[in-house]
Write a protein that binds this ligand. Structure first.
Ligand code: AMP
Length: 268
């Protein structure tokens, strides 16, 4: 399909690992709209469960696969194509697929970088590989994975500055839970407990200093018996200690057998 599109096509790429939901559909619809402004523009959805970004083999083994439903979601959202490569296509045996130099935001802030060692190396490796194969003009990423968005932005700026990274806001269930392919593994009880995460982020916005915001988030999580991996306010771009620039509140926590992450703008 990519050969058919040719190198002149203005491709807008939506990289995903499948098990698509309404959050992914919003990225695809945005991609279709952006493609409409490009010469010979088309939106391509990429579905590939990338082994190199999983630091937990059990998480990789049970990652949901729902290809038939995914293809319907892509078609309904207006995607021009869906690419579902085999692992050997992305990582040909005997070929060393380059891991780009990791930007500081991937290795320093002590958030996902600390809790999921090797994760961003795998993300940067596969995203750069996608970009080299597809040569997109634009790639759309969700704010749901906030640190990943900053990492991909920084990596792309250095490695492939011609590719624009377009962010999309997090799509939530009606009760506030951020949509995620892994939510299906939550028990009914854990799903209710998990709502404390979006509640904590909302409550944090009412605090005017970062320390108070972090304490409020922890208190709300503790009420739901959630011991977070982190519940912090950071600089929105570097993810280091907050300074004068825009700020973001970020939470990661294991709820039952599922690791959930979420974040929100912190206005304070
Ligand atoms: P993944 O779920 O890891 O396959 O993510 C593929 C893309 O969808 C990434 O750019 C994610 O940030 C984005 N994404 C995942 N969940 C959501 C959501 N609830 N709202 C918006 N974007 C999302």
């Amino acid at each position: 399909m990519l050969e058919r599109l040719g190198s002149e096509a203005g491709i807008v790429l939506i990289p995903t690992m499948g098990a698509l939901h309404a959050g992914h559909a919003s990225l695809i619809r945005r991609g279709v709209a952006l493609a409409g402004r490009l010469d010979r523009g088309t939106c391509v959805v990429w579905i590939f469960v990338n082994p190199t970004q999983f630091n937990d083999p059990a998480d990789y083994a049970r990652y949901p696969k729902t290809l038939d439903a995914d293809l319907r979601i892509c078609a309904d959202a207006g995607a021009g194509g869906v690419y579902v490569p085999a692992t050997e296509e992305i990582y040909p045996p005997g070929v060393n697929v380059r891991v780009p130099e990791l930007p500081r935001v991937a290795i320093h802030p002590g958030l996902e970088d600390a809790k999921r060692p090797g994760h961003f190396a795998g993300v940067c490796q596969v995203v750069l590989r996608f970009f080299e194969i597809v040569k997109p003009k634009i790639a759309v990423f969700g704010e749901k994975d906030w640190q990943q968005l900053q990492v991909v932005r920084a990596m792309t700026k250095r490695e492939m500055p011609g590719v624009e990274i377009a962010p999309m806001p997090t799509v939530r269930e009606a009760d506030g839970l951020a949509m995620s392919s892994r939510n299906r593994f939550l028990s009914a009880e854990d799903r209710v407990r998990g709502l404390a995460i979006s509640r904590a982020l909302r409550a944090a916005t009412g605090e005017s200093d970062a320390g108070a915001a972090e304490r409020t988030m922890r208190a709300i999580l503790a009420e739901a018996q959630i011991d977070p991996e982190y519940a912090v306010v950071r600089d929105a771009e570097t993810l280091e200690k907050p300074g004068a620039g825009a700020k973001r509140a970020l939470i990661a926590a294991r709820v039952g057998s599922v690791r959930l992450i979420d974040n929100a703008a912190w206005p304070g």
